[in-house]
Design a protein around this ligand. Structure first.
Ligand code: SF4
Length: 360
């Protein structure tokens, strides 16, 4: 029997796809292993320059360690700096997803949730993004839109519950582009399945609509009371340059609504009830002045996030922000460091992850 090993980098969408890819291989009588695999699947990430470099490093190490193995590469990393492509088969995100889509309706207990906790099922409901935020490369590597039909999602959730999963984590590249509507899906899962807990990878600001708020109020114990809502900046000027589809006022209005909900299960370290929040912030976006930064700092302070992923802006190839970066005066490393530290100081749990998506 042939064996395989999977290496996953990046966001939960990648993780969900890696799980499905594992299933595809198991269906073809491959066996998972951690030593001497015949086939290796690497799902890469390029959300930051560092993530891309780490993806290439991993490929090189595995090529050296397992010269006989067939290595399949997918994900978002740019491979242009990879000189040795021996033994490599490149699968674009689009090819990978076409291959995997058949599996969305054929959930089986064999899908061990390898990349997350065993009683949490990763439900990928959407892929692709055509939004073109100015700093992001995702629309260049996933320039298509796919949404899991609500009916298929419900069947998958029911099967996951039957298999003993207690929690479903809803994930997608840009849930704002989930065609049936995130709130509509959430309502169906809550009313038509017995799932104990629903949580989310991250929720775009614009998905927080009235229906979503109503559901949070109605089913507080069945929806995770930690919500990760990436805002990226609190400055209208920077949000516009980033091409984010909301303003500072919209952010504030949504969080005011969310904070008015009194969830019954207080989170350790939270404010004693209600929902707690996480976010992603990019500091040092081209042309960000001290005033712009302070707008972000003050907004984060006002919202009081429990967790903030701080990213220092790094120019990504071919993006609009890269052009702006080239044309504008550089923000010094010291200033970038100070701004990162200041945002981080707002919460004791703030982290600087290398493999967390700042996209949505
Ligand atoms: S940041 Fe998110 S919404 Fe914006 S282009 Fe990237 S994936 Fe799309």
């Amino acid at each position: 029997m042939k064996t395989f090993q999977i290496f996953n980098l990046g966001c939960r969408v990648n993780a969900a796809e890696s799980n499905l890819f594992a299933q595809k291989l198991i269906d073809k009588n491959y066996q998972p292993t951690t030593t001497n695999p015949d086939l290796i699947f690497i799902n890469t990430c390029s959300v930051t320059k560092k993530a891309n470099t780490e993806s290439l490093g991993l490929i090189r190490r595995l090529q050296k360690k397992y010269p006989q193995a067939q290595i399949i590469i997918s994900g978002c990393a740019s491979l242009k700096n990879l000189k040795n492509k021996k033994n490599l088969k490149i699968l674009t995100n689009s090819q990978k997803e076409t291959l995997l889509q058949k599996l969305h309706s054929s959930y089986t207990p064999q899908i061990a949730d390898k990349f997350s906790h065993t009683h949490r099922f990763l439900l990928k409901i959407q892929s692709g993004c055509t939004h073109f935020c100015s700093y992001c490369t995702v629309p260049y590597t996933r320039n298509y839109l796919w949404s899991l039909p609500i009916k298929t999602a419900l069947n998958t959730v029911k099967k996951a519950i039957n298999d003993g999963y207690q929690e479903v984590i809803i994930t997608g590249v840009n849930l704002d582009q989930y065609t049936p509507g995130l709130s509509n899906l959430l309502e169906k899962i809550l009313t038509e399945t017995d799932v104990k807990l629903i949580s989310f990878g991250s929720i775009p600001v614009n998905c927080i609509d009235q229906q979503f708020i109503t559901l949070l109020k109605k089913y507080p114990s069945r929806i995770s009371n930690f919500l990760h809502i990436p805002i990226q900046s609190g400055s209208d000027k920077i949000l516009k340059l980033m091409r984010r589809p909301y303003t500072r006022k919209i952010i504030l209005d949504k969080f005011t609504l969310l904070k008015s909900i009194n969830a019954p299960h207080p989170v350790k370290g939270g404010d004693g009830g209600g929902f707690t929040f996480g976010t992603d912030i990019i500091v040092g976006f081209p042309t960000e002045t001290e005033t712009n930064f302070l707008e972000t700092f003050n907004l984060c302070q006002q919202i009081s996030f429990q967790k903030i992923h701080v990213f220092r802006y790094s120019p990504r190839p071919n993006t609009a922000a890269q052009k702006l970066f080239t044309l504008s005066p550089k923000i010094s490393k010291e200033i970038l460091k100070t701004r990162s530290q200041k945002i981080r100081s707002l919460t004791s749990q703030t982290t600087l992850p290398s493999h967390q998506t700042p996209q949505n």
